[in-house]
Design a protein around this ligand. Structure first.
Ligand code: PGA
Length: 279
């Protein structure tokens, strides 16, 4: 890490929480997650077909995040097929209820069987102008309602090239977690330049970044940071999943494109299921 950036981040963390950064890199038997982000894809028929086909065991936490109109069917399919799969929303509103046309509440997500919700995906930050303040409100409302937020953070290509990755991630983490008072969340590190491009981060580079994220979490939350799963997202597929699974601070993956096909997604699930058994 470049010296000046390191100093800047340490100062930022120190100012925000009154502590300094230590370099903690441990792996404490955290759950492995394989999470599907279907984005704006699939019909009812395709959803039913996916859940009929996909199989998994319970040695890995599998979460499927379909678009909101497909959640009801997805929940019914999971119950009917008795599969160890959890459901998540792709977005949620920060208010409990009210006059917010087109939005979905935490209560609605829970009612339809969701245990998780993706918050702060870069596509929401980019196309729907969600900033750290909005993301923080959504995280807080989700925790209050008993949903587990999957908080997405990541730098753009430009920020990466200007060596601003650590600075951006620190700001996003501090912004999202402000006044949450909880460690019941998942962090998804998704470099924007890797999403949907076929250009994933190298597993080594992702590991380095995850270890950095954990060191920031440690400063924010203390020892409990060791129990927080940090997953990688951005062009993960059945071919590169194995390499990510072997990294000590990569506790699973958030998968877009490769989660749409049940067979491909199952191959990724099996990589992480096997990884956990081998631990
Ligand atoms: P991708 O998407 O796997 O298609 O790159 C990942 C994501 O956006 O969560």
């Amino acid at each position: 890490m470049e010296h000046s950036i390191e100093s800047y981040i340490k100062n930022l963390v120190r100012e925000t929480i009154g502590q300094t950064i230590s370099d903690v890199q441990t792996h404490n038997g955290r759950s492995n997650y394989v999470i599907a982000n279907w984005k704006m894809n699939k019909t009812l028929a395709e959803t039913a077909d996916f859940f009929e086909k996909v199989t998994c065991d319970d040695t890995v936490s599998v979460v499927i995040c379909p678009p909101a109109p497909l959640l009801y069917l997805a929940n019914n399919m999971i119950k009917q097929q008795v599969k160890p799969i959890a459901l998540g929303g792709q977005n949620v509103h920060w208010a409990e209820k009210g006059a917010f046309t087109g939005e979905t509440s935490t209560e609605m997500l829970k009612d339809v069987g969701c245990e998780y919700v993706i918050i702060g995906h870069s596509e929401r930050r980019q196309y729907f102008h969600e900033d750290d303040e909005i993301i923080n409100q959504k995280v807080r409302q989700s925790i209050k309602a008993g949903l587990i937020p999957i908080i997405c953070i990541g730098e753009s290509l430009e920020q990466k090239n200007f060596l601003q990755t650590e600075q951006i991630l620190t700001e996003q983490l501090i912004g999202a977690l402000k006044n949450t008072g909880s460690s019941n969340f998942i962090i998804a590190y998704e470099p924007i330049w890797a999403i949907g491009t076929g250009q994933s981060a190298t597993p080594e580079r992702a590991q380095e970044t995850h270890a950095y994220i954990r060191s920031v979490l440690k400063q924010l939350l203390g020892q409990t940071a060791d129990s927080i799963s940090i997953i990688y997202g951005g062009s993960v597929n059945e071919k590169n999943a194995e390499e990510f699974s072997s990294m000590p601070d990569i506790d699973g993956v958030l998968v877009g494109n490769a989660s749409l096909n049940a067979e491909t997604f199952e191959e990724i699930i099996n990589v992480f299921a096997k990884g956990e058994q081998n631990e």
